[in-house]
Design a protein around this ligand. Structure first.
Ligand SMILES: *[C@@H]1O[C@H](CO)[C@@H](O)[C@H](O)[C@H]1NC(C)=O
Ligand SMILES: *[C@@H]1O[C@H](CO)[C@@H](O)[C@H](O)[C@H]1NC(C)=O
Ligand SMILES: *[C@@H]1O[C@H](CO)[C@@H](O)[C@H](O)[C@H]1NC(C)=O
Ligand SMILES: *[C@@H]1O[C@H](CO)[C@@H](O)[C@H](O)[C@H]1NC(C)=O
Ligand SMILES: *[C@@H]1O[C@H](CO)[C@@H](O)[C@H](O)[C@H]1NC(C)=O
Ligand SMILES: *[C@@H]1O[C@H](CO)[C@@H](O)[C@H](O)[C@H]1NC(C)=O
Length: 864
């Protein structure tokens, strides 16, 4: 401990107090406004930013910001509340001094020095008063003011609670004496991002104050927002009006920026500024370099430190421009008693209050009679003017974010002091009540310790505590500004960012509670560079422009995009296909020839009818088995052919229905063999006819014998050969059921894979070979004289047969799915029906209708 004391002695050499009066030169008799209530055990210092921005070389004219008077009242109110509350600092009272910074470095330094001197005497750099109990300074609305205060307070290690914008502190160590009554700015940036993403505002303008903080904010959001797909239509900096001389430049620049904003397609403008920045916003409608400017609705998105204030000269200005704007604000609740307290303030009674008269004069445009001046100009203030009648830009009797911060800052200091002096914390050397001269330095360092750990619920239930960086732990509210026709405005809370919640729930907004600017006709405003691409289209970035500006191009064939604004189109899964609009993948329908549909059904019906007709023909033939016409040309062959034809018709059934393992396997083998049987029967018949002619003695034994043997041999060998091919096929590469998802876009084809196309065409080819052989033989035999000469019918039937199967191949190859199968069935039926009708119809005709012709006599007569 001793070491620490020595160290501090080295660091802060104390000087003996000398009486020393210093005049603040250059300002004549003008004193900073102050207000004091200094009879406390602990003194709080307050630096307000109440007055004035215009200095001209000719006169010192102040144009105060009346609204900031409320900040002073919040301080007074909070101190009063604590002193009246026996739970906090029960045996101690708080006092305070408040000085004005005038938004000006000179006055800020002077005021801060006055605070440290804590008295009427201004004695910088001396500690004169052993009872100097300045505990903390509440101060700094704008960052420049705060940093000026900090520069001085740092040497004294007096805690500073910044209620407005905290300056950019690069040096971590100095940050320790610094408490920021606003939550981390990163939370606000994340909140703005969430808000933009929520409304899909991807094309925005940014307007920042031209200082360190603005620069840093711009850097942060450009990096953060670009990553999430937000582009910047414009990034502008605006400067503060620091002096009268700047005015023209600032306005010229303002006019340019305001034109740029109004011309831009970006409807959302993020404004990052300080307490007074909205003053400039009120100028926007008047600033333009153009003659006529179209009025466009904009959504102003303002950051927490901006408050709707106005200079006195703007008293009756329209605040229409902020109608529908959204603001991030420091979470604040109105303290109910504050309104009564504020309304009870009166310039005639509040004698200790050096600010109120000036505020009153400026706000109500009147003057208090000054005994030293002969006649006052303008109206005389009566003191009966009502604060409620002031426009909201001048005064609000409810707490604003900044006042609430002051209120909480004072409570935080009080709680820290309370903890420090409470008897349980018996830290002897640092005891506050000691008369030791080092009290100031020690108490302040000690107070830091307690301030850092302070954590309490304020009278409204808000939890107040600081994180390790000295920033308030908390979130931001999102408010919507609503302006009525009578220029009164309201803040409507529409959302919040609560970092304590889950990351995805941190931001919430109630869209239906938002009132948009009237120019948007109460529809959700858009702020995009390009209209969003509909589903079915994908974005294509325009060359040389930010990625938010793009063209929409429709998806290529087979690809879809199912949401708006897709970067790429995606391909559908194999079992799905893209819809016509290319915004959906649809399930493909299953495609196979089934009995349920008319095509399958009609083919099945024809197949049955044909086989029935064939059976009928067979019946007729068997009934008339003794007639010459049946007996001619080998009756057994005729029966075999008819039975084969019945089977041919029936084998169509193997092709209808969902392909199964068995049906696939049997399909072509059965079809091949049955047809081979039929054609070989035809071939055998043809050979019989030819042989009959060649054997010159009709009815001779040899003819009969040779004929029978040869025909049986022909039929058997032909069939065995085909059976051989089929066996090889089934063994080497058997057909199997297959699901083909590719060949038809919208359908899944259930089919039989032939296994080996070579074998398939071999089977067909062999049949073709037999048919052509029959045709050739029959062709040569067609003119042979025989009254039951079948050769010409066979020629004709083979012609039909061959033409059916020749046309089959190109049709088969050009169709897909069930139509392919249908073509095959049709060919089967057509060729079989061709055989049936060409060979058997004429005979049936004779047998049934012309039985007279069916006789031996006729046979012989014809032969002659
Ligand atoms: C306040 O002072 C009274 C009387 O001097 C004393 O009894 C009481 O303990 C003190 N309270 C605190 C919290 O110091
Ligand atoms: C503050 O309020 C919360 C509930 O709102 C409560 O859980 C907590 O204990 C309170 N803290 C203190 C210090 O009173
Ligand atoms: C302004 O108008 C609103 C609604 O029309 C009303 O609620 C409010 O009291 C008015 N304010 C003043 C100051 O007349
Ligand atoms: C949102 O705002 C509307 C209109 O003010 C209100 O009726 C509704 O209850 C709010 N919804 C939520 C979840 O707060
Ligand atoms: C709002 O309505 C007016 C008149 O109906 C129309 O001229 C204007 O374009 C609309 N504005 C928007 C943003 O839709
Ligand atoms: C597509 O098929 C899947 C799986 O068979 C099924 O779950 C889904 O409901 C179908 N979708 C439509 C639109 O029919």
């Amino acid at each position: 401990m001793v070491l620490l004391v020595l160290l501090l002695l080295v660091l802060f050499p104390l000087k003996l107090c000398k009486t020393h009066t210093i005049k603040c030169r250059g300002h004549g008799p003008h004193r900073p406004y102050h207000m004091s209530h200094h009879s406390g055990d602990f003194i709080l210092g307050g630096i307000s930013s109440h007055g004035g921005f215009m200095h001209t070389s000719i006169e010192f004219k102040e144009n105060v910001v009346p609204k900031h008077y409320q900040h002073i009242l919040a301080l007074v109110f909070a101190v009063k509340e604590i002193n009246e509350n026996s739970d906090i600092l029960p045996n101690h009272t708080l006092g305070f001094y408040v000085y004005d910074s005038h938004f000006n470095a000179k006055w800020t330094y002077y005021s801060t020095m006055l605070l440290i001197s804590t008295g009427k005497r201004f004695v910088p750099n001396y500690v004169c008063d052993t009872q100097n109990n300045l505990a903390a300074v509440i101060g700094g609305l704008d960052s420049t003011v705060s940093i000026d205060i900090a520069n001085i307070l740092e040497s004294y290690k007096i805690p500073q609670l910044v209620y407005g914008s905290a300056p950019v502190m690069n040096d971590k160590a100095s940050g320790l004496f610094f408490y920021q009554m606003a939550p981390k700015e990163a939370i606000q940036c994340a909140g703005i991002l969430s808000l933009l993403l929520h409304f899909r505002w991807t094309w925005i303008g940014v307007l920042v104050l031209d200082d360190d903080r603005g620069e840093r904010f711009l850097q942060i959001i450009v990096a953060l927002f670009s990553k999430r797909g937000i582009c910047f239509a414009l990034k502008e900096k605006f400067s503060k009006v620091l002096s009268f001389e700047d005015l023209t430049d600032v306005f010229k620049d303002g006019a340019r920026i305001s034109d740029e904003i109004m011309d831009s397609k970006a409807n959302v403008i993020v404004c990052y500024g300080e307490s007074l920045s909205m003053v400039y916003l009120l100028w926007v409608p008047f600033l333009s370099l153009k003659d006529a400017r179209p009025l466009r609705g904009k959504v102003w998105l303002m950051t927490a430190q901006m408050d709707l204030t106005a200079y006195t000269l703007q008293k009756d200005w329209s605040v229409e421009i902020i109608h529908g704007a959204l603001s991030f604000t420091i979470h604040s609740i109105n303290v109910p008693q504050f309104k009564t307290f504020v309304e009870s303030r009166n310039p005639l009674t509040a004698k200790e209050d050096n600010f109120i008269q000036h505020f009153w004069e400026q706000a109500f445009h009147c003057v208090f009679p000054d005994p030293t001046v002969e006649i006052g100009m303008g109206d005389i203030c009566t003191g009966k003017e009502k604060l409620e009648n002031l426009p909201g830009t001048f005064f609000e009797n409810t707490m604003t974010g900044h006042s609430y911060n002051i209120y909480n800052a004072i409570h935080a200091v009080a709680h820290a002091l309370h903890a420090m002096v409470s008897p349980e914390r018996n830290v002897p050397f640092f005891s506050f009540n000691t008369k030791f001269t080092l009290t100031l330095a020690f108490s302040c360092i000690q107070l830091h310790h307690f301030l850092r750990d302070v954590s309490f619920n304020n009278s409204l239930g808000d939890k107040i505590s600081f994180d390790q960086d000295g920033q308030l732990v908390g979130g931001y509210d999102v408010i919507n500004w609503v302006v009525y026709e009578n220029q009164s405005f309201y803040r409507v809370k529409v959302g919040k960012v609560d970092p304590k919640g889950h990351a995805d729930q941190a931001f919430s907004i109630n869209e239906s509670a938002i009132t948009w600017n009237t120019l948007f006709n109460q529809t959700h405003p858009l702020s995009v560079c390009s209209e969003s691409c509909l589903p079915g289209y994908s974005k294509k970035v325009k060359e040389g422009e930010p990625f938010c500006c793009y063209d929409c191009i429709s998806c290529p064939e087979g690809k879809i995009s199912d949401q708006e604004d897709m970067n790429d189109c995606t391909e559908c899964e194999p079992e799905k296909y893209s819809s016509k609009k290319q915004d959906l993948c649809l399930n493909k329908t299953v495609n196979f020839l089934s009995f349920q549909e008319s095509l399958g059904l009609s083919l099945a019906c024809s197949s049955i009818s044909f086989s029935f007709i064939t059976a009928l023909v067979l019946g007729v033939f068997m009934k008339h088995h003794d007639t010459p016409i049946v007996k001619a040309n080998n009756r057994d062959l005729t029966y075999a052919l008819l039975i084969a034809l019945i089977l041919c018709f029936l084998c169509a059934f193997l092709f209808i229905g969902q392909p199964q393992k068995v049906t696939c396997l049997l399909r072509h083998a059965a079809f091949g063999i049955i047809f081979t049987v039929a054609i070989s029967c035809v071939l055998a018949k043809t050979i019989t006819v030819v042989l009959a002619f060649m054997a010159n003695k009709p009815g001779s034994r040899m003819r009969k014998w040779v004929g029978k043997k040869l025909t049986n041999f022909t039929v058997l060998s032909c069939c065995l050969f085909q059976a051989g091919i089929c066996t090889v096929w089934l063994i080497t590469s058997p057909p199997f059921p297959n699901i083909d998802v590719h060949s038809i876009t919208e359908e899944i084809v259930l089919e039989c894979n032939e296994g080996s196309l070579t074998m398939f065409y071999s089977v067909l080819g062999y049949m073709g070979f037999l048919a052509i052989a029959s045709f050739i033989v029959a062709f040569f035999g067609r003119k042979l004289p025989d009254s039951f000469n079948e050769a010409k019918y066979i020629t004709f039937s083979m012609l039909v047969f061959c033409s059916v199967w020749l046309t089959f191949i190109p049709n088969y190859l050009s169709t897909k799915g069930k139509y392919m199968v249908a073509v095959e069935i049709f060919s089967i039926l057509a060729s079989s029906a061709g055989l049936l009708s060409c060979i058997f119809l004429p005979k049936c005709y004779i047998i049934v209708l012309m039985p007279k012709l069916n006789s031996k006599e006729q046979l012989i007569r014809r032969k002659l």
